[in-house]
Design a binder for this molecule. Structure first.
Ligand code: UDP
Ligand code: MG
Length: 317
């Protein structure tokens, strides 16, 4: 039977939490009384995640599918692979570490049933370290002001999407897709709902500071040119100021005579201008790097094997 609901879960080194996840997820989905599938995308885990996913597939052959990547491609590409494989009318995305409680899924589906095409969760009482909450808050403020994407919490992956929206996300062909923002951008009738947030069931976060910065660059460069424009405006203002300073120095040279003091002031000004130029070059580099990534057109992910029992469009799986 074709599923109504496709739950998509990216998995990266989550061996310690997968069993607990399924012990909570499966009863919730079964109780909803609608046909469902769970698509786990193993994003190149180096632990035992693949073995556990295979055993889960053996235990629930008609419901659990497990796609395995050759290497670690990132959380969002993993979700994209799930979107491409889904057969349901509605997709749910969630994390594998139980930070998104599966018990909230029926709340999201109720809003989909009410006619919304995208339902986003937003987290209150986040169970994350203070620095993570601070980065998230800052990132949401920056996104709110620098892009046209307006939502409460773009970092929350517990979300529901109608298949039409998923199809549009797939066709964007974005090399670094930022799914939460992209779905909000494409939605005609989005809704938001408060969801729970728990401590990681086991293991540690896969996001270090470097990955978080990259992740936020994906969001801002993907949806806004404001950083570039701000830099241009800043450059123009600085050029005008330096122009006036040069004019003043020239006048002073003519009217008062040569100036020997103030050398270090000039150095300071010079260093400031050089650092501004370097920041700008870095910023432009971000956008150029992104264009380069798009031009190369490398696949978003490379799949190794697929564990599924469900027949796809009439052919044997
Ligand atoms: N994840 C992934 N690939 C990665 C990083 C993370 O598939 O390169 C998955 C991870 O297994 C989890 C989800 O994405 O299901 C969220 O990751 P994590 O919990 O580490 O992030 P955090 O909650 O700390 O932001
Ligand atoms: Mg997590």
């Amino acid at each position: 039977m074709r599923p109504f609901l496709s739950v998509i879960i990216p998995v990266y080194n989550e061996e310690a939490g997968l069993e607990i996840l399924f012990s909570r997820l499966m009863p919730v989905l079964t109780e909803m009384g609608r046909p469902f599938e769970v698509i786990c995308v193993n994003d190149g885990s180096r632990d035992n995640s693949q073995k556990i996913l295979e055993s889960l597939h053996d235990r629930y052959p008609d419901q659990v599918r497990a796609l395995c990547f050759m290497r670690n491609c990132g959380q969002h590409p993993a979700i994209m692979a799930g979107f491409e494989a889904m057969r349901g009318d509605v997709a749910i995305t969630m994390d594998a570490d139980l930070q998104n409680p599966p018990e909230d899924i029926p709340k999201l589906i109720a809003l989909i049933d009410a006619g919304h095409d995208v339902v986003g969760g937003y987290r209150c009482n986040r169970n994350d370290p203070a620095y993570r909450r601070a980065i998230s808050k800052l990132s949401n403020i920056v996104r709110e002001h620098m892009t046209d994407i307006h939502m409460r919490d773009h970092g929350c992956m517990l979300r529901a999407y109608r298949k039409e929206i998923v199809d549009q996300i797939i066709t964007t062909g974005d090399a670094s897709p930022f799914i939460t923002a992209l779905s909000q951008y494409l939605a005609m009738n989005p809704a938001e709902i408060q969801v729970g947030h728990e401590e990681r069931a086991a293991g540690v976060s896969n996001y270090n500071l470097y990955k978080l910065i990259r992740y936020n660059f994906d969001l801002i460069t993907g949806f806004s040119l404001v950083p570039l424009q701000l830099f241009t405006i800043f450059g123009m203002v600085l050029s005008a100021c330096s122009g006036m300073l040069v004019l003043y120095m020239a006048m002073r040279r003519i009217l008062v005579g040569p100036e020997v003091d103030g050398l270090f002031t000039l150095f300071a000004i010079l260093f400031l201008l050089i650092s501004v130029c370097m920041t700008g070059l870095g910023l432009i580099g971000e956008y150029v790097g992104r264009i380069y990534k798009e031009v190369r057109r490398r696949p978003r992910y490379i799949a190794k094997e697929y564990k599924q029992k469900i027949a796809m469009d009439g052919e044997a799986a």
